[in-house]
Design a protein around this ligand. Structure first.
Ligand code: FMN
Length: 354
């Protein structure tokens, strides 16, 4: 079965890779929806093994999730969940709809199994996302990733995040505060100490009020960049120790071009994702794990094999997410990661704690 599903995937990929990046992306998601409606999804994805995991006070059927940005408007959740993901993160969503940057804005670097994107938070706005979610039948853990509108200055950014948080709070399994996309000018400045302290403190207050109002505590995670040195990680950790945070997502895409210098499209502006991001992303994951030993971390960035997922868990992640690896390796990567994490859990269980 796995051989057949992989053959179908490789055929689909060969056709899609002839198209411009974003067109291929849209077509692939529409094709996935169609297969799902026709109950033919097994052509692309074999069933995945269970690996029940409890993190953030939430129960996951397995710890391998879909990273933000693939389904920004929550239009394909049922079809994506049927591939076997243990959780799905939609967004980034902003208060008002916006077009994002002009096309082309998504580029493949196939030899490096990487992408460069400068999408710029193209999305239909938080109200449209919530309407789309009303049609979703899947009842797994849904993360909703929040950002600010491009034309909202950082001085007013808190109000954008607060607005989105209030709108999605009841529906979300968790929320992710995205201060790390490189494609919205000034957004990453929100990672600096004073701005981050004000933003997270404000959102934690809202979270408390919303928890009381809805009788439900929705965990709040902060998604950070891989382009942080030790001093920046110290500052973020110190801030989060003061404000509190339920979890971290390490990491977003990188501005660096290490490992892809000679590739076509490497010179395009935007964030680099995929295999060349892995080392940098893992370093930030390890750095934050050392600084905040008890905060759950979602490890994302450059997972292209089961071994990469296991390395993130060894570095301190409780959950992992995929994006670029899924484009290059196809849905079989999900099961491969779960198998590797299960094998790792079996060995560490037999050997005692790390
Ligand atoms: C085309 C594209 C769009 C993305 N959009 C978002 C986004 O809207 N919000 C976000 O937090 N991350 C976004 N990301 C970053 C991914 O969620 C992930 O953090 C990053 O790609 C590293 O993982 P990967 O190497 O497995 O792709 C995007 C990535 C890509 C490739």
């Amino acid at each position: 079965m796995l051989v057949a599903t992989d053959a179908y995937w490789k055929l689909a990929r060969a056709l899609l890779f002839r198209l411009e990046g974003e067109r291929a992306h849209d077509l692939a998601l529409r094709g996935l929806d169609l297969l799902h409606h026709m109950h033919l999804q097994r052509l692309l994805a074999a069933p995945v093994p269970p690996l029940p995991t409890r993190v953030l006070g939430l129960d996951f059927p397995n710890p391998v999730g879909l990273a933000a940005g693939l389904d920004k408007n929550a239009e394909h959740v049922d079809a994506l969940a049927a591939l076997g993901f243990g959780f799905i993160e939609v967004g980034t969503v902003t208060p008002r709809p916006q077009d994002g940057n002009p096309r082309p804005r998504l580029f493949r670097l196939p030899a490096q199994q990487a992408l460069v994107n400068r999408m710029g938070f193209n999305n239909a706005g938080v109200d449209a996302l919530l309407r789309n979610l009303e049609r979703v039948r899947w009842r797994g853990v849904l993360g909703i990733n929040l950002g600010r509108n491009r034309d909202t200055p950082n001085a007013q950014a808190n109000a954008d995040y607060r607005h989105c948080l209030e709108r999605v709070y009841a529906r979300a399994g968790y929320v992710a505060i995205n201060v790390s996309s490189p494609n919205t000018r000034g957004l990453r400045d929100l990672q600096a100490q004073a701005a981050l302290a004000a933003l997270v403190a404000d959102l934690r207050d809202s979270q408390e009020r919303l928890a009381a109002r809805h009788g439900k505590r929705t965990p709040m995670l902060l998604k950070i960049a891989p382009d942080l040195d030790a001093a920046a990680m110290d500052d973020i950790a110190a801030t989060l120790e003061r404000t509190g945070i339920d979890g971290l997502i390490c990491t977003n895409t990188t501005l660096a071009r290490t490992g892809v210098e000679s590739a076509g499209h490497a010179g395009e502006a935007g964030g680099l994702s995929g295999a060349p991001l892995r080392a940098r992303s893992d370093a930030v994951l390890r750095g934050m794990r050392a600084r905040l030993p008890s905060v759950p971390i979602v490890g994302v960035g450059g997972i292209a094999s089961g071994a990469d997922a296991a390395a993130k868990v060894a570095a301190g992640a409780g959950l992992v997410q995929l994006y670029t690896g899924l484009i290059y390796r196809g849905p079989r990567l999900i099961g491969e990661c779960i198998e590797a994490l299960r094998a790792r859990a079996d060995t560490t269980h037999a050997a005692g704690p790390d």
